[in-house]
Structures are given as structure tokens and as C-alpha cells.
Design a protein around this ligand. Structure first.
Ligand SMILES: Nc1ncnc2c1ncn2[C@@H]1O[C@H](COP(=O)(O)OP(=O)(O)OP(=O)(O)O)[C@@H](O)[C@H]1O
Length: 262
């Protein structure tokens, strides 16, 4: 059967991570296959960002092994593209140049860079803003530039660390729907962190619930809400069932995390 013997895009094997004496992640084993949209939820401080940082090669496990497409990182992994909560754009570059930056680094010619940048400008709905600088853009627009820049690099894995957390609710919903559209078209492998169960359900094909620190995987839930999706999915009975189920386990872990901090 197709896909059965494929190397997973991401493989955590018994991964633990300590910072000095503090254990942040404890024995995490997780396999992510090509084309999955995995959302990680869990209490504050349970090691979600640490997981993304280790996948990207910004940090490494204290114990266990992380393999990206079958290989352990030896440094920052160019196959991983990260979108952060804070927009991390180059303020001295236009929208177009920010998006095309990675293409320039790869040595692509100017005309080709411009054409590709334009395609991603269109994809994230920023036509007309190509020549604008980040300071002239709203938070939501900046985040679209950040997403387009990562897409333009065509990474094997897209990593999102609470990318919409700083946005107002309406902008957030527009960007969520846009990201779902992009996923439906491109089926990129995505790992996405959020504190919002609604966001997790709207976006993901699978949801991982982490325990309070030290983080472990406590639930691994297939999100069977059908694609194509839009915000209306939140009105369905299945959405409400899944939300209740996930909320119960997240809430238990949040309470544990607050109690252990007290
Ligand atoms: N570079 C570091 N040095 C020391 N401690 C760190 C470092 N990075 C993370 N930690 C600690 O590791 C734990 C996990 O942090 P991490 O940021 O991965 O959690 P998180 O689940 O992403 O949290 P949040 O939801 O609040 O963003 C926290 O207690 C944090 O303070």
C-alpha cells in the first residue's frame, strides 16, 4: 500500500530535554508523516516551543533522538521553516523582498524571484502591498508576509509557534481560514502550536495534547472534521464533541501545572 514504508518527516524517539536541573520534556515519542497538519496544545511551559526549536535545529535533545526525513540535525535545518508569534521580518526590506529573501540566498535570478514572490503575495492576499515596508503594515498583514516568506522557501516542514496569538479575533479568523486553504492546496507537513482548542480543531488533521511540565504526549487525536473547512465547522456536533474531549484533558493538565507552580 502506498505510503506504508515512507520515512516519517519527523520522528521523536524517547526525547527528553533538560535545562540545567529542570526537566522540560520527558520521553516524548512522536511520528509525523508527510502531509499531516499536527497541532500541539498544552499548559504553558510544557515544552511545546522547545519541541519546535529542536526540530528546526536551534536546540538539541538531552536524551533520545530527533530525525527529520530520516536524519538527525547537525545544526539549523534549512528544510524547516518557522513562523514565530512576533513577525520577525526584515524592517528595511519591502514585502516583496522579505518574501523573496530565501530565494535570493538560493541564488535565484531577479525576474524569477519577483514572479515567485508575486505568487505568494497573491496566495496570502497582499496584492497591492508588494512595495510596502513592514512598519506600514498591520500585525495581520505582517504575519501573512512571514507565512508567505516561509512558503516561498518551500520547506519540507512548516513550524508555527503561536503565530496568531498577538492578533485580534477577526484577523485571526481570516488568517486561520487562509492557512487552511493553503494546507488544502499544498498539503505541507505542518507543526503548529496554539493555546486555542478552537484554532487547533479548525486547522489540524491531528491534535497532540501535552502534559504539564515535564511535557509528555498524553493524547494523540485524529481530527476527522472534513476538509475543505471554514469557520462554520465550529457549529457542527462533531466539533463540539471533539472540543469537549480535548478540553477535558487540557484542563486537567493546566490545573496540574498551576498546582505544581504554587
Ligand atoms: N533556553 C532555555 N533556558 C532555560 N530554560 C528554558 C529555555 N527554553 C525553555 N526553557 C524552559 O523550559 C520549559 C519549557 O519551555 P517552552 O517555551 O518550550 O514551553 P511552552 O510549552 O512553549 O510554553 P508557552 O506555552 O508558555 O509558550 C519552561 O519552563 C521554560 O522556562
Amino acid at each position: 500500500m502506498e505510503g506504508l514504508n515512507q520515512t516519517p518527516v519527523i520522528q521523536f524517539s524517547n526525547v527528553s530535554k533538560s535545562y540545567g536541573p529542570m526537566l522540560a520534556l520527558n520521553d516524548v515519542t512522536l511520528t509525523v508523516e508527510e502531509g499531516e497538519f499536527v497541532v500541539i496544545v498544552g499548559a504553558s511551559g510544557c515544552g511545546k516551543s522547545t519541541m519546535l526549536n529542536m526540530i528546526a535545529g536551534f536546540d538539541e535533545p538531552t536524551q533520545g533522538r530527533i530525525q527529520i526525513q530520516g536524519k538527525e540535525n547537525t545544526g539549523v535545518n534549512p528544510q524547516c521553516g518557522m513562523v514565530f508569534q512576533q513577525y520577525a521580518l526584515f524592517p528595511w526590506m519591502s514585502v516583496e523582498d522579505n518574501i523573496a529573501f530565501g530565494l535570493k540566498m538560493k541564488g535565484e535570478g531577479k525576474a524569477q524571484r519577483r514572479a515567485q514572490a508575486q505568487a505568494y503575495v497573491d496566495m496570502v492576499g497582499l496584492r497591492g502591498f508588494e512595495k510596502a515596508y513592514p512598519k506600514a503594515l498591520s500585525g495581520g498583514m505582517r504575519q501573512r508576509v512571514a507565512i508567505a516568506r516561509v512558503l516561498a522557501n518551500n520547506p519540507s516542514v512548516m513550524l508555527f509557534d503561536e503565530p496568531f496569538a498577538a492578533l485580534d479575533a477577526m484577523t485571526r479568523q481570516v488568517l486561520q481560514e487562509q492557512l487552511v486553504r493553503i494546507y488544502e492546496q499544498q498539503r505541507k507537513t505542518i507543526l503548529f502550536i496554539t493555546h486555542s482548542i478552537d484554532e487547533a480543531l479548525l486547522l489540524s488533521s491531528r491534535i497532540i495534547v501535552m502534559s504539564a511540565r515535564p511535557g509528555r504526549v498524553v493524547q494523540d487525536i485524529a481530527n476527522d472534521l472534513p476538509y475543505p473547512r471554514n469557520a462554520d465547522v465550529q457549529l457542527s456536533d462533531r466539533f463540539v464533541d471533539l472540543k469537549r474531549h480535548i478540553w477535558d484533558s487540557v484542563q486537567a493538565e493546566v490545573v496540574r501545572s498551576i498546582e505544581s507552580a504554587a
